[in-house]
Design a protein around this ligand. Sequence first.
Ligand SMILES: NC(=O)c1ccc[n+]([C@@H]2O[C@H](COP(=O)([O-])OP(=O)(O)OC[C@H]3O[C@@H](n4cnc5c(N)ncnc54)[C@H](O)[C@@H]3O)[C@@H](O)[C@H]2O)c1
Length: 281
Amino acid sequence: MARFSGKGFVVTGGASGIGEATTRSLVAQGGRVVIADVQEDLGMALVAELGDGVRFKHMDVTNEAQIIAAIDLAVAEFGQLDGMVNNAGIIGAIGSIMDTSADDYDFTMSILSRGVFLGIKHAGRAMQPNGAGAIVSLASTAGVKGAEGPHVYTMAKHGVVGLTKSAASEFGAFGVRVNAVAPGGTVTPMKSALTDNDVELITKSIAADSPLGIACMPQDIANGIVFLLSEEARYISGHTLVIDGGLTTGGAASPFYSQEAEVMLHAGQRQSGSMQVQRSE
Ligand SMILES: NC(=O)c1ccc[n+]([C@@H]2O[C@H](COP(=O)([O-])OP(=O)(O)OC[C@H]3O[C@@H](n4cnc5c(N)ncnc54)[C@H](O)[C@@H]3O)[C@@H](O)[C@H]2O)c1
């Protein structure tokens, strides 16, 4: 039997990038998905391509009634809501914090923060009677450290990591797991907008920053989301899974891992005149 056979999902922002890859993966493994997005043309094209297991709901994640309507559609069409992916996002306000207007702050937070809050709230409401379900929200490496994204984006994504922990604490009592995925730079339309939609340039730039030397693709993130939605993750909750090729754990290789490190060790021994470091050879 397919991994998600008979299961129903909502993927916000499911018409593009990471959300699209997640939708494709879920459907390929037997799941049925409501794509909840503002991009009607892209969403309807995916429905036409992927067939009966997919529905499109035109909705804005900042609008509570529209979030409820997308979840209600999944319950009506698929029997129940088994998984919710709070993925819709934008880069939002950029520039110095001193030049960021309160209106730009509100707009950015409404999508990246309020949208996730509402998604978690109403997915929990739909899942509680079933005593089961899994929610995955999109954070970012900007949600675990500074200078990985614009200020308001960074604030919102740290909030996603926090709400993931507190909601997991509440929802565990009725069998619902709540997790987040924190991607590093990933080749999607949102990211390539930063290079005037030059996909090759953004791909090279992400690869150049990565300790792995390759660019992260939407499927790399979808794989983590789908794992957290699956039964294999049944004991994982409140967790933020960073998927960035190791960038935030250390970035470029440290000089301590190079030939020069050997030189530094021996220089240290000469200076101290005694063996300060025990070697295992
Ligand atoms: N691409 C990256 O480098 C990267 C890195 C870290 C985190 N993320 C996060 O991953 C998520 C997906 O981003 P992506 O890179 O795939 O971008 P994307 O632009 O390809 O897809 C985002 C989708 O969200 C939809 N959306 C935007 N505002 C919406 C709203 N108000 N209501 C409903 N839908 C809306 C868009 O129409 C689009 O289909 C975002 O939350 C983003 O912050 C992306």
